[in-house]
Write a protein that binds this ligand. Structure first.
Ligand SMILES: Cc1ncc(COP(=O)(O)O)c(C=O)c1O
Length: 365
């Protein structure tokens, strides 16, 4: 049985029960979290703030909003702070009540899960491996035409692909002309060098139906705290905020967000350079083991295992050695040999490659 019993990677509790090892002992390559950890000083700041948990968090998220306003050069009324990017997706669906939602598969499973939870009918187009998982732009425009809301991952999970700036503008214009909402999930965009070239952020004033969703949990390594935000036309942002449960973003998460946005630029630059170098290292190592990977700039790789291996048996073999990988066998458009592996540091990558070499040498499946 696979480890993704809740539909996602990073489930060290399930792994612990399955492999009989303490949860914190695993090298977890099944969730894509910054290997450098949170910005220096954050944990100390949180420890100092512990006595404050006797108070309610600011329901207006005021300090974080003003820091984001400054950093993104976007008005505060265009912003929605959420309990992770995931809450912002739910708020978009709650606020806009789409009857038909379009997705581009393979993609983050919550697009479909949340849409179905909120009663929408989901349809999809497919990005194919032979085309580096880029779906045909004409098909995406048709998807926008035929639905009330369309999700696009930029970069997309689990394959790391990105759409070019001109393509994004074309999709945003199609959304305007067909009166469709376009939700661009930029949860991993902070890992991308010079991200402005692949984000619609600077063009948002031109589009009244585009919502960008960003996560702070991955880049700043705080998934346990939950923090993300959405950027949209003020009218859209207002309806999203109108659906939010008061205090859904907790005091420690707000404080962490404020700290991260004021952290030294060096931490962010180092993360981006580090990931680029480590991704290359991991890609080459995996190629040496006969695995196929695809180009991309995100902090994870989609990996097709050699013939004879399945995600399930590789996940099991590595899990028993204390290494967790994400099976991608359940994604539409992917197959039983596909897994996703996070880019961490060289020690983790070397341990993974060594373990794979061992299990592949020991067994010809
Ligand atoms: C593509 C994508 N978007 C959004 C999320 C959710 O991010 P958050 O932790 O900020 O809710 C994830 C989490 O894995 C993801 O992979």
């Amino acid at each position: 049985m696979l480890l993704e019993v809740y539909g996602h990677g990073g489930d060290v509790k399930t792994a612990s029960a399955r492999f009989g090892m303490a949860a914190e002992k695993f090298i977890d390559l099944s969730a894509n979290i910054n290997p450098l950890g949170p910005p220096p000083g954050l944990l100390q700041k949180l420890r100092e703030a512990m006595p404050d948990i006797v108070r309610y968090p600011d329901p207006g998220h005021r300090v974080l909003l003003s820091l984001l306003e400054e950093r993104l050069r976007i008005r505060q009324d265009c912003l929605v702070i959420g309990n992770g990017a995931a809450e912002n997706m739910a708020l978009a669906l709650l606020a806009l009540k789409p009857e038909r939602v379009g997705i581009i598969e393979p993609c983050f499973s919550e697009y479909e899960t949340l849409s179905a939870q909120f009663g929408a009918k989901v349809s999809s187009v497919l990005g194919r491996a032979e085309n580096n998982f880029h779906a045909d732009p004409e098909e995406i425009v048709a998807l926008i035409r035929d639905n009330d809301l369309v999700f696009i991952g930029q970069p997309n999970n689990p394959n790391g692909i990105q759409y070019g700036w001109n393509e994004l503008c074309r999709f945003a214009e199609a959304a305007e002309s067909y009166s469709t909402y376009l939700v661009v999930d930029e949860a991993f965009i902070d890992f991308i060098p010079e991200k402005d070239r692949v984000s619609l952020l600077g063009e948002l004033h031109r589009y009244s139906r585009v919502i960008l969703i960003r996560s702070m949990t991955k880049f700043y390594a705080i998934p346990g705290l939950r923090l993300g935000y959405a950027i949209a036309h003020p009218d859209l942002a207002a309806v999203m905020r109108g659906k939010q449960v008061t205090w859904s973003v907790n005091l420690l998460a707000l404080l962490a967000g404020e700290f991260c946005l004021q952290a030294e630029q060096k931490y962010e630059d180092e993360t981006i350079t580090f990931i680029a170098k480590q991704r290359q290292w991991l890609r080459e190592g995996l190629a040496g083991l006969g695995c196929q990977t695809w180009p991309g700039e995100a902090n994870f790789l989609l990996v097709r295992l050699p013939e004879g291996w399945t995600a399930a048996n590789m996940q099991k073999a590595l899990g028993s050695k204390g290494i967790l990988i994400r099976s991608c066998a359940m994604y539409n458009g992917l197959g039983e040999r596909d897994v996703r592996i996070a880019v961490k540091d060289q020690i983790c990558s070397d341990k993974l490659l060594e373990a794979m070499r061992e299990v592949m040498g020991n067994r010809s499946n």
